[in-house]
Structure formats: C-alpha cells, structure tokens
Design a protein. Structure first.
Length: 318
C-alpha cells in the first residue's frame, strides 16, 4: 500500500453556512431580528478542520463547484492545512446550509442545498489511492446511499467511522451497520436509525440506544445526548461521560463534529478507549463556546486540560 502523510481520510460535505442567531424566540410568519455570519461548514469539513487543529493530518474528499463558494472552501482548507480533493470536477453548485439558532444558541430550524454531495456513487482514481493509504476513514451520511455502500464495502479498506449528520439521512446506514467500525450519532439520529420514539436526552437512554445499535453489528458506537454528555460502547463495555460543566454557549452548530474529532484524534493517538469520550466532550465544549466550527482555541493541550475536568465511568462488561 502507498504510504501517506495523511492519517485519516474524511469523505463528505463541505459547504458555505449561513448561521443566524435570533435576538428573541422565533415568531413564524414575521421578520425575526438576528445576528448573521457566513462560514465554511459541512460535517466532513468540520471534523477535518477540528482534526487539523488537534494536530492530525486529515485528507478531505468533498464535492464543490468552480464558483465563489467553492473557492472559499478551497481557501479555507489551505489556511487550515487540510489536504483537499474535489470529487465533483468543479461541476454543479456548491452546497449551502442555513441554520437559525434561538437566543441560547440552540438550533431552531435549518435548511440545506446539498445535492452535489449525492451525485457521486464511487471513489475512483487518485482520490481512492490517497484514501486507501490512510489509517482511518470517516464518511458522513450527506453522501449518496450508493457512495456510502461503495465506501463501506470497499475490499481492503482501512477501518471506517461514519457520522449520521441528521435524522433524515442516517437511515441510509440501515443495511450497512454490520460493516461499520465506528458509528458516531446523536440521540435523535440513533432513535431514527432504530425506528424508536424520541425520548428525553439522557445517558441512560443513550446507553440503551448504543446497545441496540451494537446488536446490529458495528464494532464501536458513540452516542451523544446533547448537554447531558455521551456514551461509548465496545466489546461489551460501556463508558459514560457527562458534558463539561460551565460552558458559555455561543453556537451549537458543529458541536457533534467537534465531538467526533476529539474521539478520532484520541483514537489516532492510540489512547485507551476510556479516554475517547472525555476528549470528544472536551473538544465539543470548545466548539460551542465559539461561533466557528473549528475555533483557534481548539488545540490538543486545551482538549487534554478540559478532559481532566470530565468524569468517565465504566459499566461492567455485559
């Protein structure tokens, strides 16, 4: 296999995001005052950017057009030191995402135009060669069902992590769970994938969801439960970690991506599994305190420091 300077390939969405934080709770049918900002986003991009901040060498494989938004994505990757391959050949329209946040920074409603990420069905040529040389893959469910299946079933591939990204798109993974090495979901996505009713976010609920998903075949499952914390299940063991206390929330967009990056960075550094959740929760806490999905404050030393404030407990093997 060709040697690579990249330790992980991330395949999925890179967008231009418009994020609006409303001054007051949203009133439908009226003009709602809000502070607005444009930024580069997308699940795979955000995780790649956070990993670069954490000292890893990510390779981002995404689709964007030869337009102003596409140029912004390329410029962003260059500034962060993220290697980038365009899967679209410059055709189509670069994807956009619009998020409206309530005054506390929580998502109220979002819209996306991500058709460009659903056009490719396989990874080919130099993109596949570069990806196969990496130690891990991360695919996000913004990709087409055909692309997800092709990636996950690639013969001889590295271990693959998959991020659910949304309740609507996570169902694309239903027939592939027994081929996934690491599944990264929030509680709502896990409930949707298991076709269960929504319940109040809690660590107990997340544990039950992780157990239900592990029974379907993934090697490792991580489920986040919003401001409550997260759980990790593997090899009959369950770890629980509360969210870091005392965070002043600026913006929750990208929190799950920050969590994923913290977990993956810990894994790539070959730390023990019991550390993964604390690193993930610590990274997420740094993201939500900023209006950027990969803030400059996000660094490995900062994650280590914050992780020291997060208690992780281990359930007995099952």
């Amino acid at each position: 296999m060709t040697e690579s300077s990249n330790d992980i390939a991330l395949i999925g969405a890179a967008n231009v995001d418009l994020v609006m934080r409303m001054d007051e709770p949203m009133v439908p049918g009226l003009s709602n005052p809000a502070a607005m900002s444009l930024r580069i986003g997308g699940a795979a991009r955000n995780i790649a950017a956070c990993l670069a901040r954490l000292g890893q060498q990510p390779l981002l494989l995404s689709a964007f057009a030869d337009d102003a938004d596409g140029a912004a994505i390329a410029g962003d990757a260059g500034a962060l030191g993220v290697d980038l391959i365009n899967l679209s050949g410059g055709q189509g329209r670069t994807s956009r995402y619009i998020a409206a946040l309530d005054p506390e920074g929580r998502l109220s409603v979002a819209f996306n135009d991500m058709g460009i990420h659903e056009q490719a069905a396989t990874l080919e040529g130099d993109a596949m060669t570069r990806a196969m040389a990496c130690r891990w893959w991360l695919a996000d469910a913004n990709l087409s069902s055909a692309m997800l299946e092709s990636l996950i079933l690639t013969e001889g591939r590295p271990p693959v992590a998959v991020a659910g990204v949304s309740v609507a798109k996570v169902v694309r993974l239903a027939g592939l769970l027994d081929q996934i090495d690491l599944l990264l979901l929030n509680q709502r996505e896990a409930e949707a994938l298991l076709r269960l009713e929504e319940t109040t976010e809690s660590l107990d609920a997340a544990v039950k969801l992780a157990d239900g998903l592990l029974a379907k075949g993934p090697s490792i499952v991580a489920v986040t439960a919003g401001a409550v914390g997260s759980v990790l299940g593997l090899e009959g063991i369950t770890y629980r970690a509360g969210a870091r206390a005392g965070c002043v929330v600026a913006d929750c967009v990208g929190a799950g991506d920050g969590f994923a990056a913290g977990v993956l960075a810990s894994l790539l550094r070959e730390e023990a599994a019991e550390n993964w959740l604390a690193r993930g929760n610590a990274a997420a806490s740094l993201v939500i305190e900023s209006d950027q999905a990969a803030p400059e404050a996000l660094g490995w030393s900062a994650v280590e420091t914050r992780a020291g404030d997060i208690a992780v407990t281990r359930d007995d093997p099952k």
